[in-house]
Write a protein of this length. Structure first.
Length: 242
């Protein structure tokens, strides 16, 4: 786990969510009916992120994409960088990201998707990974037409948390500001398996004013919000005593 002195810093990680369209020309729309994120902090400071995302497609689409940056070198973060000299980019960078699961949930069954080097529109059941400027883009090939689909994505951000002199810190933006559709229901649970007490556990969230943020127990905090409009940031900062 990274060790740094305690100082004021702002960090941002962005998970961008979108779709790639079908070939047919017609009126199209989609929205996310539900997004559930379960994030678990590991002893080595890594963060395991498990996402379930349900899309409601109106029209023809070839699948979805999800961008997962593991550094702070993003356009969103650049806005903060220009406002202060206190930022230390390397402090909140993950040392890498590993994709551990890409699948589709169909009722009580789970269809695992296979990683391939390349693919083309119309194919199904596979995904590709591209890395550009520190951002991994997952393209999940799953043709859809006027239907709902639930996808499950799991990845590990290595060495993300920061151990200061007196606290441990997770500063992570779970939902970035660049997606183009409404998220009707968003739920985020952060699990801290080895935390000793809830008395010194603190969490700060930034997002729509209708959201709630609460400490469930010494090992869990929860953030939830409804009707998240496009390009609205939802982030959290939590600290635990060492």
């Amino acid at each position: 786990m990274k060790r740094k002195i305690l100082q004021y810093m702002i960090s941002i990680f962005v998970v961008l969510i979108g779709v790639f369209m079908g070939n047919q020309v017609q009126a199209k729309s989609y929205h996310i009916t539900h997004m559930d994120i379960q994030a678990t902090i590991l002893e080595d400071g890594s963060l395991v992120v498990h996402q379930e995302i349900t899309y409601d497609f109106n029209g023809e689409y070839n699948g979805i994409y999800i961008d997962i940056p593991d550094t702070l070198n993003t356009e969103e973060y650049d806005k903060f960088r220009k406002q202060t000299t206190a930022l230390k980019d390397s402090l909140y960078n993950a040392s890498g990201v590993t994709i551990t699961d890409v699948s589709e949930i169909k009722g009580d069954t789970k269809q695992e998707y296979t990683k391939v080097a390349s693919s083309s529109n119309g194919r199904r059941g596979v995904y590709t990974i591209e890395t550009t400027n520190g951002i991994k883009r997952l393209k999940v090939y799953s043709p859809a037409h006027n239907t709902k689909k639930t996808f499950q994505i799991e990845f590990i951000l290595k060495n993300l948390c920061v151990k200061h002199n007196d606290i441990g810190e997770l500063y992570y933006n779970f939902i970035g500001g660049e997606w183009q559709t409404t998220i009707q229901n968003l739920n985020i649970d952060i699990h801290l398996p080895n935390n000793q007490t809830s008395e010194e556990l603190k969490i700060f969230a930034h997002g729509p004013y209708n959201g709630t943020c609460k400490i469930v127990s010494k090992n869990q905090v929860n953030l939830s919000v409804t009707n998240v409009k496009p390009r609205t940031i939802r982030s959290s900062k939590s600290t635990i005593s060492q």
